[in-house]
Design a protein around this ligand. Structure first.
Ligand code: ATP
Ligand code: MG
Length: 377
């Protein structure tokens, strides 16, 4: 499987890759042309989400690094950054890396798999393709957002059904990142879109500015910010609003057994630190407490009632495909990912198809049902 060649390209020991393959920390995806390796975990400093396409020449698309979260902002900013910080909007969608592999545009999800749906959407943009043809060593890293996608549905007035907002340009083999202003200028040159940059601040003033920005974003139902070294030499930090937190919790508590406990715990702890750092009054705390409690309890009650009435829990997505073949390809991809869906409604419309996909949330349905049927915890 050309492991020696892959090892050399990545600069890691071949025996490490071999071990990782045996442990299934690296997976070979065969039903794709060209076949590719996906890193399901970090291996010798190569990030989870890295994909190595085994074409005539090897093409490496490195994983997008994890971003640390600030719970209590000011001391972390002071400690982490050197002098100035760029504050960007954090958009709430799903992470996509776009790269040219053997001359074709491919869109990869966070985990490192080629997503046929996202690839088809991004291929509609000539400018994206032109950018990559003229900068083949780069990958576009961005957030895919909007109301029609199979992952994270969130309304953005500027995005509509599907939007792609770039937040990073990286060398796809070395993962080196381009400075913020240079990146935005290059993105604009190709008439592509980037996430909003609120400003570049002295780190001493940044905390105050960020609190203001995050509160304004929250009022518009938007997620928060990512704080970056303008030169992109240091890892970024994310910071989000309590409203986003609550809507994440509300979303997850519709399917309480589908998420890891860490997901819930981290989101509850954040509320404590933010309330203290923002010096909230009793009335503000009361509001926060109500928001937090409601986001946990209400969706859970609704789901339990549904199961009690004999329904199954599903998460529904409306999606458009250019053809039935494209839909089939996407369904095959979901099956390979181990995702179970029902295609509920199908409408043919000028050449394409619109469907409602219902993703089964079986763990939650089954556990809730068995508790309702008398099982103790
Ligand atoms: P992780 O923290 O591992 O990246 P996560 O699923 O916990 O993953 P989030 O809490 O959403 O992710 O935060 C990180 C993600 O935020 C990034 O992977 C990226 O997809 C998204 N993102 C949105 N806007 C930006 C931005 N301006 N800069 C960087 N990342 C952004
Ligand atoms: Mg996100």
């Amino acid at each position: 499987m050309r492991l020696a060649e892959v090892a050399e390209k990545l600069g890691v020991a071949e025996w490490r890759l071999k071990g990782a393959l045996e442990r299934q920390s690296i997976q070979l995806v065969k039903n794709f042309q060209p076949s590719y390796l996906v890193f399901k975990k970090d291996v010798s400093g190569i990030e989870r989400g890295t994909a190595v396409f085994l074409g005539e020449e090897l093409s490496v698309v490195r994983g997008f690094p994890k971003i640390k979260r600030a719970f209590y902002l000011e001391p972390l900013l002071k400690k982490h950054f050197s002098s100035r910080v760029a504050v960007e909007e954090k958009m709430n969608g799903y992470n996509v890396r776009v790269a040219l592999v053997e001359g074709r545009l491919l869109a990869l999800t966070r985990g490192g798999y080629v997503c046929p749906y996202t690839t088809a959407k991004l291929r509609e943009s000539r400018n994206t393709e032109r950018f990559l043809k003229e900068h083949p060593s780069l990958m576009l890293c961005g957030e895919a957002v909007g109301e029609k996608n199979p992952y994270v549905v969130h309304h953005y007035p500027e995005a509509g059904d599907f939007g792609f907002f770039i937040f990073d340009l990286r060398e796809r083999e070395s993962n080196e990142s381009m400075p913020v202003l240079e990146r935005n200028a290059l993105v604009e040159e190709y008439e592509l879109r980037h996430v909003r940059l609120f400003g570049i601040f002295d780190k001493g003033d940044a905390t105050r500015e960020i609190f203001r920005i995050v509160q304004e974003l929250a009022a518009e139902g938007r997620e928060g910010v990512v704080i970056k070294d303008p030169e992109m030499k240091l890892p970024p930090i994310k910071y989000t609003s309590s409203q986003t937190n609550a809507s994440d919790l509300a979303y997850a508590f519709r399917f309480p057994y589908e998420y890891g406990r860490e997901f819930f715990f981290s989101r509850i702890i954040r509320e404590g630190f933010q309330a203290v750092e923002w010096d909230e009054s009793e009335a503000e705390l009361e509001k926060r407490a109500l928001r937090l409690g409601k986001s946990i309890l209400l969706p859970m009650v609704e789901s339990i009632k549904k199961v009690r009435q004999g329904e199954i829990l599903t998460e529904d997505y409306e999606l458009d495909f250019a053809s039935e073949a494209e839909l089939e390809e996407f369904l095959a991809y979901l099956r390979r990912q181990g995702v179970s869906v029902i295609v509920e409604e199908m409408q043919h419309r000028d050449g394409g198809v619109r469907v409602i996909l219902k993703r089964l949330r079986s763990s939650s349905t089954d556990k809730i049902r068995s508790v309702l049927n008398g099982r103790g915890e």
